[in-house]
Design a protein around this ligand. Structure first.
Ligand code: NAD
Ligand code: DAU
Length: 367
């Protein structure tokens, strides 16, 4: 049994689906269902007894503590977060609450649970199939944004790069990384941290660059490119991020940090052009014009980081992980997925979805 937090979001949702496609070990999925959490992503698991969904907050220590004691998981993978940089600029409060305070409360509940597990020192063996302190893992999913911005030509981020977060989002993630690190050094909690580059793929909420461009292009809307469009991001197909997390959980050394990336730096404008060209091929505009004509340069994001790049050498050398997709194969799969899932897009963008969440989970917090 494992616990996944934020498993109705983009990466957590893909992780839960991939996990249960490959093994029978059940998943408790704890998610607050914010605007970014979508049960639609998990529709194929609706009647699957291996998936136990709990609507709740990682900051609800009583709920988390009760879940841990009841289900005795061998691992917790923490995806839950506020994740959108633009939202962190316009309203940072939720980022502080979930990413910092929420992670702290989660760690406290996990520490209490971990202390209750059998350990060699206590003379109590795990026995049978039960989990013990040595086998337990808390895996914290984090971001390359904690390292700040790189100059052109500067070496890619390694795990020892200084922390220099620049947005309220990255500062809140940096704080959570430090808390996780401190709980290992101070209390001995067996933790793993992954810092990953930009993900893309199925079920990505259409507020982020790639899905927003696909959805806007198809709707005949402008494609807003911030500033000069020459900011560089390092892109990784979401299923490859999920395989990296599984590998780190399986073989990562407690207390270690692993950077995850696809060696795939591209300026934003190149990404937008690639998306436009794929749509020209796969769903040509009815007026015969090119989607690139919809590109519109707009005011830049305040404090916009110029370049991110991940050195994924450590996870490759030590754990043998490499991505399966190139950007070319991954972006084609992504565009095809959005073309085939117009209903998912309409649903997650609609107020109807929010109304359903509110009605369905009224007064319910635990399964
Ligand atoms: P997302 O915004 O798509 O999903 C976040 C999920 O967390 C949602 O389902 C939401 O309902 C849930 N959630 C939010 N607050 C919660 C709370 N207080 N309690 C319980 N659940 C809560 O995010 P994502 O893109 O899937 O990112 C997942 C994690 O990966 C985040 O920690 C993010 O920082 C990290 N990350 C993301 C990327 C990326 O490119 N998207 C890259 C590197 C790391
Ligand atoms: O690097 C990892 C991070 O990647 C994750 O930690 C974050 O959770 C995730 O949201 C993502 O952050 P970014 O800010 O890089 O992603 P976003 O899709 O918002 O933007 C990607 C780039 O595209 C960035 O340079 C801003 C630019 N952009 C974005 C949007 C939404 C535009 O030019 N136009 C847009 O409309």
């Amino acid at each position: 049994m494992i616990v996944v937090t934020g498993g109705a979001g983009f990466i957590g949702g893909n992780f839960v689906l991939d996990w249960l496609a490959g093994r029978d070990e059940p998943v408790i999925n704890l998610d607050k269902l914010t605007y970014a959490g979508n049960m639609e992503t998990l529709a194929t698991l609706r009647d699957d007894p291996r998936h136990i969904f709990v609507k709740g907050d990682i900051g609800d220590s009583a709920l988390v503590g009760e879940l841990l004691v009841r289900h005795q998981p061998r691992a917790i993978i923490n995806f839950a977060a506020e994740s959108h940089v633009d939202r962190s600029i316009s309203s940072p409060e939720d980022f502080i609450q979930t990413n910092i305070v929420g992670t702290f409360r989660l760690l406290e509940a996990v520490r209490a649970y971990w202390n209750s597990l059998p350990s060699p020192a206590s003379g109590r063996g795990a026995g049978g199939e039960g989990v013990d302190q040595a086998a337990f893992r808390f895996l914290h999913v984090s971001t390359d944004e904690v390292y700040g911005s790189l100059a052109p030509g500067e070496a890619a981020f390694t795990e020892t790069h200084r922390y220099e977060p620049n947005s309220p989002y990255s500062a809140s993630k940096a704080a959570s990384d430090h808390l996780v690190r401190a709980y290992h050094h101070t209390y001995g909690l067996p933790v793993l941290t992954t810092n990953c580059s930009n993900n893309y793929g199925p079920c990505h909420f259409p507020e982020k660059l790639i899905p927003l461009m696909i959805v806007n292009a198809l709707a005949g809307k402008p494609l807003p490119v911030y500033g000069d469009g020459m900011q560089v991001r390092d892109w990784l197909y979401v299923k490859d991020h999920c395989s990296a997390i599984r590998r780190v959980l399986e073989a990562g050394k407690s207390g270690e940090v692993y950077n995850v990336g696809g060696w795939n730096e591209k300026p934003n404008i190149a990404i937008v052009n690639i998306v436009c060209d794929l749509l020209d091929e796969l769903r040509p505009r009815s007026d015969g014009k090119h989607y690139r004509e919809q590109i519109s340069y707009v005011k830049d994001r305040p404090g916009h980081d110029r370049r991110y790049a991940i050195d994924a050498g450590k996870i490759q050398r030590e754990l043998g992980w490499t991505p399966a997709e190139t950007f070319e194969t991954g972006i084609r799969k992504t565009v095809l997925w959005y073309l085939a899932h117009a209903e998912w897009v309409a649903h997650v963008q609609s107020g109807v979805y929010r109304d359903w969440v509110d009605a369905h989970y009224a007064g319910v917090t635990a399964a």
